[in-house]
Structures are given as structure tokens and as C-alpha cells.
Design a protein around this ligand. Structure first.
Ligand SMILES: Nc1ncnc2c1ncn2[C@@H]1O[C@H](COP(=O)(O)OP(=O)(O)OP(=O)(O)O)[C@@H](O)[C@H]1O
Length: 838
């Protein structure tokens, strides 16, 4: 070692080092490892040695890193293989391949190599046994059996069933029969809470992890899931069979994702259920950004089956769901090849729901009396819901219903401002029957799972037909008969308009709702079918059932069973022309009219004058309307008929709306619409001679022998449908869902004089008549005052309703979008406009 030095290059430093080295050697310390080495070794040697050690270590670490990478890759592939083996094991132990199934007579193959999941499989006894034992349900409905079978077979599934159809069972039942935990992603905490409540009542181990779960409880649940993940073998006592989370948990919690990974690695994540799956798609109206992030699930856990559930899923939304969730194209659930997402859909039409639109009296008291009478006479001991427009309405209706029925109807209130504890209490009492009727805003419903709701009344119509379908759909979820009554009066159009006015899409939707409410001819089922096929590209076949095609009448809604003499369908082109002319004159003077105000003015109430103000006048002044010059006389229709016609003209664009907002209110006025000129450019004589478009409208009429009772509507329909009759007035009817005879019910349909002339006959004496008209005008002014207050109230209440009706403010539940640019969907409705003579 010493000799290896080149003496020519030895300097004084080196010499010192050499001497030092010799001294150390003499002490026999060279090569001795230990603390003294560092000081003893010459620094140049130490440098060399350390650098050699460093590179050796680095190279070793690099080698280890490479091995770690390789081992990680090996682990991943082993895990994937394990998942596949688990899946196959499950499939082999449960599903019958088509050929075997055919031999067994179960799960018969429709065509070679495909599986009919709608048939019975080997696990049928367990499915049915558990369904009965745990959920108390004896038979499957719609596509539940198919959904369960495909789920049990470890397939990816998309299941589209109407609201209340029973989608939950399609995953809850398989969750109980397969090892591991089923993860359910659901949009609302209230919905999750309700499901958990039900499952626990049924003795099922279910848990929820949401932003609202306390830290202690979340820790406990996570520990239980971790223990499940690492436990060997199949199910253990106390395993969490269903774990519900909101999409935010998946999108934002890394800890939860790593917990899921552990479950997957332990083979304990049985399936992932995505409820309200249409929320992943931006093409759907209910898009939620956090739902979109669910796409990560398939990327992270490629072998865990996914079940996507929705109440309505138009084709383009379905395609989007499949793409975002990385699911394969759909295959028919009744002839499914081994590859692909098994697809099931059930008709949207629910034949146990009996729809009626009933006239809504003009005074608030009368509305509540009508409802009370309806409930006591048709559903005295049944549970129901009354949907109201505002929180204030819900409270008032609840109190008044209880008062007017002398406490026989026990009511509760539910809206966004009700404290959580109270909501839970209400829920409990409603379920156990101590509260009979819940008066609520739209905050109540999504996820409210009470099967035996026998009636849903709408105190004010919904703001869209989607909303109405969904809200009314909360009736009869147990499949038994239930009534859906919409209390409608044209003035409610204004109340709703004041809320939806900022949104063009909202206005279009409201007009669709109004067309439905005003229609007194077309079957309600067909109206729904047409609307949904036009607004959501949903095939009409969604409304086809085993018994009838989409375009067959239901035979039991109000329009199918209406006695012909209870409506009058007539040509009202002249009256429409008059209304438009009067409005034109008002508009020319800078005046404004509400629906109610226009109706009064058209009939000559208030002395036939109107307030001219606005931009064109400096101050408010009364202008006397010259009826003969402007419109060839007053309009000879009753107040209600004019309002009905006004709404028809509104939804068919002969009239438009103008809004004027103050800090607290939005006032809604009717103005000449884009089509108004089609009529107003003509003279009265031309219209009389049949020039221009013709306008027909249906009006409710009372019969002499009996009255078209709101209270008896559902019953009458059912009797008619059963007897194959025409739904004519009957004196004895039966209660929904029973054959118990019931007394004929009284009417809440307000008396409508058909014209001033007829009114004259009923009220002899002009002075008397004038007195009454003025009194009426005064009363109506009062109503307007109330109405303005109501709008004020709406505007105060609605924003918070809208925000807090649903969790995670800003997200509002509705079934599907509607296309703004679509033309009105009703082609045979109340109004018919013919331009042949134009
Ligand atoms: N086969 C069945 N027979 C009788 N009742 C059933 C059946 N399946 C489910 N139900 C009941 O129907 C009701 C609605 O079920 P579920 O909550 O699953 O509906 P859903 O399709 O999820 O509705 P939504 O879309 O409104 O949430 C529940 O009360 C449930 O117990």
C-alpha cells in the first residue's frame, strides 16, 4: 500500500501523512474499525473510502428500489388476479351458465350463450327468503328480480325504475347474500338517513359516512371496515353490509379511498352502487360535479362491480353515464352475453296512481276546507302529503287542516327551516301514524320512504311537470292504489311565474306544467308520456306496460273518467280577440294588468277603468275603457273562464309576461305576446267570419244532477275503470283500494256563472247586480293584496327554500331536463289553434 505512492509527487503534507501513517502502523491500529478510525485514518484515504461506500450504498438502494417497484407491480397483478378469482368464485357458486341453467330450467338462455337474468337462478330461494324475512316483501316487482340476479352474478348493472319503483331492493338484497360490504353512493344525507333507519329497523348492519358523521362515529365505522378488510374468510357477525356515503366522500377523502383499497385488497368490497346515477352527466339537469369524480372508482378498483340506479335516464344521459363511469356498453338483461353492462328498465307509468286536477277555490279557507273534506271522506285513516309552495303556506295549511277538521286530521310541517331534530320526530310520527298528513315544501320527499302514502295533494302546482311527476310519485310506493290531486286555479300561474321568471328554462317548464293542469281532455298518462318523450328524448315505450301501450288511455284519471257534461269545449276566438284588444289598449296607455286584474277589466268590473301609469305617464291616472270601440263590448265569460283562457293564451304565446321587481316582490303582468298580432290585426267582423286562427278552450262546468267532486275524483275514476263505464256521475262509489261503499261527496267546485247574461238571470235587478259586482271587485282587490303579500312571502321564503331544500346548496333535485326550444308538447290539449282560415 505504502509502495504504491509515487515519491515524485510526495509533498510536505503528504510526508506528514506518511509519518503519521507509520506511527499508527507501529501502534498496530491500521484497519481497525471503530471510533478512533476516523481520526486515525489519513483524511485523503477517508475521503476515498467514504466515497466508495457512498456509491456502493447508492447502487444497493437503487437495486432495492427496482426490486420494490417490481414487487409492487407483482402485488398489483396478484391483487387483480385475486379479484378475478374471487369474482369467478362468486359467479361459479351463484350463477348458472346458460347451458346448465337450461337443463335446470332456471335462468334459461334466450339465445345461445346469453343469460336471462329475469328468470329464477339457483339462489332464488335465498333471495326470496331474505326478501320476506328482512324486508317483509313477498314478490318482486318490475325489474327487481333481474337486477338482483345480475348483481349476484357480479355484473355491472344499470337499472332504471320509476320513483318508488323499488330500486333499493336490487342492491340491498344481494348485499345481504354476498360476502363483504356494499358501498352505496347517494346524493343526499336525508336520503341516506332514511335508508339507514329502514335497514336498521330490519336488523341490517348499515352505516353512513358523511360530512355530518361525528368524528368518533366515523372512526368507529372506519375501524370496523378495516377489521373487515383484514379478516380472513367470509362474513363475520357484525360486518357492515351496507355503507352509505355522499359523492363528496369519494371525491375529497383520500383516507376513505385508502380504506376502500384495503377492502378491495381483502376481497371485501362486494359492489359499488351509484344512486341517482344521472347526476354524473352534465347532459342531465341534476348534474353534480362531485358525481363526475366517481369515474375514479373504476380506475382504482377495476374489478368491483358497479350498479348504477336512476329513476329516469334518457339515452344520451345513459351513454354519458357509461362513459364517465368506465362501464361497457349495455346489453339486454333478458339476453345478456357474458360481456357488457346488464341493462334493465321499467315502465315509468304507475297504474296504481290516480291523477286528478281539481278546481282550487279562490279563498284560502275554502281550499283547506276542500282538502279536509276530501281527506276525511276518502282517506280518513290514511297517510298523505300536502305539497305547498312556500314554508309559510305549509305552516298555514297544516294548522288550518287540523283546525277545520276539529283535530281529526293530525298534521305536521316539514320544510327547510324546520330543525333537524324536529324533522326526525316528524318522520317518526308520520311513520307510526301519529301524524297523518305532512304539509311540506319540496324539501320533503327525496328519500322519504313510506310505502303506504295513499294520497298526495298539491296545494299549488309544481314549477315543472318533472317536479310534479316526482312529488306525486311519492304516493303508493307499496304498489297499492293512491290518489294524486292537483288543486289548480289559473292565478297560481302568476305565483309560480314570480319565482321562475329569472330563468327561461324555468318559464318553459312552468308552461308545460300549466298545459297539463289546464288540460281537461287528454289522458294524464298520455300527457306525461308525451311530455317526457319530448323533453327528455325518453322513448314513448318507457310508458308501455305489459297490459297497455304508451298511447293507450289509462282509463282511471280525471280526464279518462270525466262525465262529458262536466266540461264545455268551445270556440272562444272572439273572446280571445277581445282580451287581446283590451290588453293592447291598456298597454298603449302604459297600463299593466295581472291575470286577475285583466279578468275583472274584461268583464267591466271596477267601472271599466284601469290605471295608466308606467313609462308613458308621469303620474298614475284612471283611464276609462271604451269597450265597444276597443273590443266590441265586454267579454261574456265568467271570471274563472277568462282566467283559464288567459293562461291558455299565455302558454300558446298569444300573451306574454312582464315582471316588475321591487326589493321584496316580483309582480307579474300579462302583456300581448309574440303571436298576438295574428288575432289583433283582424277586425271583429273578420274574426266573426272565421278569418285567422281559431281558438278553442275547455271550461269546467257543473251539472244539475250532481257536481264534479274534487273529493270523489279518485273513487269515481276507479269505479268507472272497473265497470268499464264512461266515468259518469255516480252516487255510490268505493274507497281507493277497497270495495267499501262510500257516500257521495260534496262539491268544492266554486259556482261559475257562465256569462254576465246568465249571471243576470240568477241575480235579478241591475242595482243588486252592480252592488254584488262591486262587492266582488272589492273582495278581489283584497285578494290581490293578499296575493301581493303571498308573492312577497314567496320571494322571501323561496331562496332559502331552494338553497336548503337540498343538501349542498345549489343542487336541486328534479327528474330530468327539458329543452327550452321544444314546442309545446300537447297536440290535442285544451287549446287548439287552427290557421287554415288564416
Ligand atoms: N317488490 C315490492 N313489493 C312491495 N313493495 C316494495 C317492493 N319493492 C320495494 N317496495 C317498497 O316500495 C317502496 C319504494 O322503494 P324504494 O325506496 O326502493 O324506491 P326507489 O325506486 O328507490 O324510489 P326513489 O327513486 O323515489 O328513491 C319502499 O317502501 C319499498 O319497501
Amino acid at each position: 500500500m505504502f509502495g504504491s505512492y509515487d515519491s515524485d509527487h510526495v509533498g510536505s503534507d503528504d510526508m506528514e501523512a506518511i509519518l503519521e501513517f507509520s506511527r499508527v502502523q507501529n501502534r498496530g491500529e491500521v484497519g481497525v474499525a471503530g471510533p478512533s478510525k476516523e481520526t486515525a485514518q489519513p483524511s485523503y484515504l477517508r475521503k476515498h473510502e467514504l466515497s466508495a461506500r457512498l456509491s456502493a450504498l447508492e447502487s444497493e438502494i437503487q437495486g432495492v428500489d427496482e426490486q420494490v417497484q417490481k414487487l409492487k407491480a407483482l402485488r398489483q397483478s396478484l391483487l387483480a388476479e385475486k379479484q378475478e378469482v374471487l369474482r369467478q368464485t362468486q359467479a361459479i357458486s351463484h350463477a348458472q351458465p346458460a347451458t346448465t341453467a337450461a337443463i335446470n330450467g332456471k335462468g334459461k338462455a334466450k339465445t345461445s350463450g346469453t343469460i336471462d337474468y329475469a328468470m329464477e337462478f339457483d339462489w332464488a330461494p335465498q333471495l326470496k327468503g331474505t326478501m320476506k324475512k328482512v324486508f317483509g316483501i313477498s314478490s318482486f316487482r318490475l325489474c327487481q328480480q333481474g337486477g338482483c340476479n345480475a348483481n349476484m352474478d357480479g355484473r355491472d348493472v344499470v337499472c332504471v325504475m320509476p320513483t318508488g319503483g323499488g330500486k333499493s331492493l336490487t342492491y340491498q338484497l344481494p348485499a345481504l347474500l354476498t360476502p363483504g360490504c356494499t358501498l352505496v353512493i347517494s346524493p343526499l344525507i336525508s336520503l341516506i338517513t332514511d335508508q339507514i333507519l329502514h335497514l336498521r329497523e330490519a336488523g341490517v348492519e348499515a352505516a353512513m359516512l358523511t360530512g355530518g358523521t361525528s368524528k368518533a362515529l366515523a372512526n368507529e365505522i372506519q375501524q370496523r371496515l378495516t377489521a373487515m378488510a383484514s379478516a380472513r374468510g367470509g362474513g363475520q357477525q357484525g360486518d357492515i353490509k351496507l355503507c352509505y356515503v355522499t359523492p363528496e366522500k369519494i371525491a375529497k377523502s383520500k383516507g376513505f379511498m385508502s380504506l376502500l383499497r384495503k377492502l378491495v385488497e381483502g376481497g371485501k368490497l362486494a359492489r359499488i352502487v351509484i344512486d341517482e346515477a344521472h347526476c354524473v352527466s352534465q347532459l342531465g339537469h341534476d348534474f353534480r360535479p362531485d358525481y363526475k369524480k366517481l369515474s375514479a372508482l373504476r380506475q382504482f378498483f377495476p374489478h368491483v362491480p358497479i350498479l348504477a340506479l336512476s329513476a329516469t335516464c334518457p339515452p344520451r344521459v345513459l351513454q354519458d353515464i357509461l362513459k364517465i363511469l368506465h362501464m361497457k356498453p349495455v346489453v339486454d338483461g333478458k339476453a345478456a352475453p357474458r360481456e357488457g353492462t346488464v341493462y334493465f328498465s321499467a315502465p315509468l307509468y304507475r297504474k296504481n296512481l290516480h291523477y286528478s286536477v281539481v278546481p282550487k277555490p279562490s279563498s284560502a279557507k275554502e281550499v283547506v276546507s276542500a282538502m279536509s273534506q276530501y281527506i276525511l271522506q276518502n282517506h280518513e285513516h290514511d297517510s298523505g302529503i300536502v305539497y305547498c309552495l312556500t314554508k309559510k303556506d305549509a305552516e298555514t295549511v297544516a294548522t288550518s287542516l287540523q283546525d277545520v277538521s276539529n283535530g281529526r286530521i293530525r298534521t305536521g310541517v316539514y320544510h327547510a327551516d324546520v330543525a333537524d331534530g324536529q324533522k326526525e320526530g316528524l318522520h317518526r310520527q308520520w311513520r307510526d301514524g301519529s301524524i297523518q298528513v305532512v304539509c311540506a315544501t319540496i324539501a320533503f320527499g327525496l328519500g322519504i320512504d313510506k310505502g303506504n302514502v295513499r294520497f298526495v295533494l298539491h296545494h299549488t302546482m309544481s314549477k315543472s311537470l318533472d317536479g310534479y311527476y316526482q312529488e306525486s310519485g311519492r304516493a303508493g310506493r307499496d304498489g297499492q292504489d293512491a290518489d294524486c290531486l292537483l288543486y289548480y286555479r289559473p292565478q297560481d300561474a302568476t305565483r309560480q311565474s314570480s319565482i321562475t321568471c329569472t330563468d327561461t328554462d324555468g318559464t318553459a317548464k312552468l308552461h308545460d306544467m300549466l298545459r297539463f293542469a289546464q288540460d281537461m281532455q287528454e289522458c294524464r298518462k298520455i300527457l306525461f308520456a308525451k311530455y317526457f318523450s319530448a323533453s327528455s328524448d325518453l322513448s314513448m315505450t318507457s310508458w308501455t306496460t305489459e297490459e297497455s301501450s304508451a298511447m293507450d288511455k289509462c282509463g282511471h284519471c280525471d280526464n279518462c273518467t270525466r262525465a262529458p257534461e262536466t266540461i264545455e269545449h268551445k270556440d272562444v276566438t272572439i273572446e280571445a280577440w277581445q282580451i287581446l284588444k283590451i290588453l293592447e289598449a291598456v298597454d298603449a296607455q302604459g297600463g299593466r294588468q295581472t291575470i286577475a286584474g285583466l279578468s275583472d277589466l274584461a268583464r267591466g268590473l271596477g267601472g271599466g277603468s284601469f290605471e295608466a301609469s308606467g313609462k308613458r305617464k308621469k303620474s298614475k291616472e284612471k283611464v276609462q275603457l271604451d269597450y265597444d270601440a276597443v273590443a266590441g263590448g265586454k267579454v261574456g265569460l265568467s271570471k274563472d273562464d277568462i282566467e283559464t283562457l288567459t293562461v291558455q293564451l299565455l302558454v300558446s304565446r298569444y300573451l306574454g309576461e312582464a315582471f316588475s321587481s321591487t326589493a321584496y316582490t316580483v309582480n307579474v303582468y300579462v302583456i300581448p305576446g309574440e303571436l298576438a298580432l295574428r288575432l289583433t290585426r283582424l277586425t271583429r267582423a273578420e274574426v266573426v267570419h272565421g278569418n285567422g286562427p281559431r281558438i278553442h278552450c275547455s271550461f269546467k262546468r257543473q251539472t244539475r244532477k250532481g257536481k264534479a267532486s274534487a273529493a270523489g275524483a279518485g273513487t269515481k275514476r276507479k269505479t268507472a275503470a272497473r265497470d268499464g263505464g264512461d266515468g259518469g256521475d255516480v252516487s255510490v262509489a268505493t274507497v281507493a283500494g277497497s270495495s267499501r261503499p262510500r257516500k257521495r261527496l260534496s262539491l268544492h267546485d266554486p259556482v261559475h256563472p257562465e256569462s254576465e247574461e246568465e249571471e243576470d238571470r240568477h241575480v235579478p235587478g241591475l242595482a243588486k247586480k252592480k252592488k254584488r259586482l262591486h262587492a266582488e271587485a272589492g273582495k278581489e282587490d283584497e285578494e290581490d293584496e293578499d296575493f301581493t303579500n303571498a308573492i312577497r312571502m314567496v320571494n322571501e321564503a323561496e331562496p332559502s327554500d331552494a338553497e336548503s331544500d337540498v343538501e349542498d346548496g345549489g343542487w336541486e333535485y328534479s327528474l330530468r331536463p327539458s329543452k327550452v326550444d321544444k314546442q309545446p308538447y300537447i297536440d290535442s290539449g285544451v287549446i287548439s289553434l287552427s290557421s287554415d282560415s288564416d
